[in-house]
Design a protein around this ligand. Sequence first.
Ligand SMILES: [Fe+2]
Length: 481
Amino acid sequence: MDWLNGNLQRAFRANRGKAWTAGLESLDVEYLESGPLQLLSGSIPPSLRGVFYRNGPARHERGVARYSHKWDADGMVQAFRIGDDGIRHMGRYVSTKKHLNESAADALLTSTFATPVLGMNALNTDVDEMNVANISVTMFNNELLALWEAGSAYALDPKTLQTIGVKDWRAGELVRPFSAHPKIDSSGTMWNFGSDPINGVLTIFKISNRGQVEAFKRFNVEKLPPIHDFAVTARHMVFLMPPMEFDTERLRSGHAFARASAWRPNLGTRVLVVRKDTWTCKWHELPPMAGFHIGNAWEDSLGTIRLDFMGAQNPTSMFSGWTMMAGEYSHAKGAVMTLAEIRANGGASLELVDALEAEFPVVDPAVVGSRYRKVLCLERTLSRPANLPGWDAVCMFDVDDRHMNSFCFGDGYVVEEHVFAGAPGRGAEWVIGVVLNLSSRRTELTIFEASNLSAGPVGVAGLPYALPFGLHGHFHHAHSR
Ligand SMILES: [Fe+2]
């Protein structure tokens, strides 16, 4: 269906009667600001003070043109400020080069992840011309960073959300691609990577807690696939490389990036383990799996690395965005909680927790790279109707005893990513996130006690509008550095 001539937009509008489409409306204002949010139930814990930031694609349309994939649109960063006087929401588009150019022209001009613009050769275009800064947002060294995957980070003002510009790391080197899933280990060091499947180069960055790029290394990897996430342990970095073969010729012939990868299960899942100190590499192999997100990893005294990730039998979710953008949905089973063991002697094995179809795994920031038990994720329960997209429950999964502590919102909601939140020194006491209420067609902020999700939210605050479905977020406590 042609996205440019209004056909896709007309199909979507014909489906507006489905309440979930409120999460895929295009937001055509640059800035959103609420008054104090209405407390719909419970209360806001006194120890929870700070800002919950989220990022996600929001400008799905300009004129009659509508993007063909849910991940294509320009990123809008949301901030929920939680203070003694209540909660206020603010949202602002990241002023990327693309967003500014297209706002001036009032037209979609630039090829994106899954939607190609005719006549534009992505191979000859600087990647930051296409940067939509729409995947994640994180606070590091008192700087708010909006993150994409294939280009640079953008620096934002944490108070106003105004864009400062492409993050200048003063490294004498392009710090890109800079993935949306950096990891901050117990030393305060930020580790990140960039996957460039066009040139077969995987780059790793080590950034001090003062924001200085201490080291980086570029590795040439044969048949490097797009990689979305990675893990760190005390001594290693771990990359899961799904059996996707990137075909540069398809990109050259006008296909979008998302259509330039082929699923090749015979390749298996390659696992690259890189030592943090010497950058030496070791390869392992696992059965073919499509894995986007890793919750966490740690290694024991024998050097065995254990990690959890959301693994699917194929990359369906990558391609499901097309029909959703027309307001259609038919569920196919996606990723399930998967536990991997990577042994120092070269062996590796998987365990699929088939009962937990889930995504968006996160851990308490204090245990990144260390021994851990609890992974917070979104769950899609078996009772969710097949024509309703997304997740209906939040779940705390214990990687030791496989116990699940869940709260299901039911069919009247689409649940979005939830993250750990808490005051420094008190641990992550709380869980915070957003949901789309399908009855009111408005977004709600929900707060849970981390140790007891199944008791339901301790506080729910309502926004006066629906926010576009977002991706990843970060809670920054008022007393954090
Ligand atoms: Fe992600």
